[in-house]
Design a protein around this ligand. Sequence first.
Ligand code: SF4
Length: 379
Amino acid sequence: MPDIPRVYEFQTSIETLRAHHWRCYVDSYRGCEFECQYCLYKGPGKYGRHVMRAPGSVEARPDFAILDIGTTTDPYQPIETQERVTRGILEAAREIGLPLFLLTRGTLVHRDVDVLRDLAAEGLVEVSFSIITPNERIASVLEPGAPPPSERLRVAEEFASLGIPVSFHVAPVIPGLDSEQELERLGARFVEAGGRHLFAAMLGGRKGFWNTFYDAMEAVAHEAHSIETFRAAYARDMDFSKGAADTCDSDQAREVLLPLRDGIAGAGGTFVSENYPYLTTGPLEGWIYRWKLPTVYDMTAWVRDQDEPVSWDDFLPWYLEFRPGLALVELVRGLWESGELFLGTYVARDDTSDELRYTSSDEVLEPASHTLVAKRIAA
Ligand code: SF4
């Protein structure tokens, strides 16, 4: 088997459960030459031009899990042309039948179209392209080392035409970059290019990169649709004393998320909101997702489908079908018992019984839940 980097179990948290199907992830490299100004993983000496191969090798095949590639560093660094670490992972996956979710801002992924086609033929891969704006001038400042968005779209379109499942990420969503109409068109464009899902995550501010990111935003002030919208949503002197990251409030987020949602949903795709799960327009069925662990959104859909209010004992057999680890089951049980698991969804506690049960509700807990979710993200 090719030598590929160590596989990590993804950190679990309520935010992860709300938003992601991730269970295991792998990094091909440490560092990233794309140098995105908003990169959450940026740290002194870690990003920029110092890209290294990630150490270690796979010791055991993760059992019944999707392997996520590209969650904390882009797998298609320029150095991949020579090192071929990412290609080695794809080849290993093909050899052992391991399902993969691959996220990139790179176009070098096109080199691996042969392996990706083989994986796609077995239903083992989805390639997600990250594009935060269609505006190439803005992208060239905010993501100076990455290929232009139009080139990423072109590769996505070709992959889709070859039968390789394609989706898109707008992560981070930055208020003020594009107008409502531009965002709506972008959502629709993703579907035209063959994408079925769009994952959206609001910009999170972190102390480590905030000043340089803010300078970059000011540098694109004349290109952006409304720099005032950005400034109103995110202060330069953001207070980082409360926690590691902070984000804008829910009304400001909705102004940018709703046009994106309407654009993709109107064209027939599914919108998935990381920060505001009730904005998600449908479950992620088929493709690679038949291996995924359920998100809170999926759990909500399952509870809503039941004729009766459900208890933990009703829910557990369904959940175990996804083969979560024991620690994750305990985490979900704790969140179930605290009521936190379904905050901001259409599922509510059933107060007609002494037993703790959940049932579907016509009420979405807003606007309180928006604030709650936003606070949790910021915490
Ligand atoms: S591509 Fe991803 S990992 Fe690389 S700098 Fe941009 S956000 Fe960070």
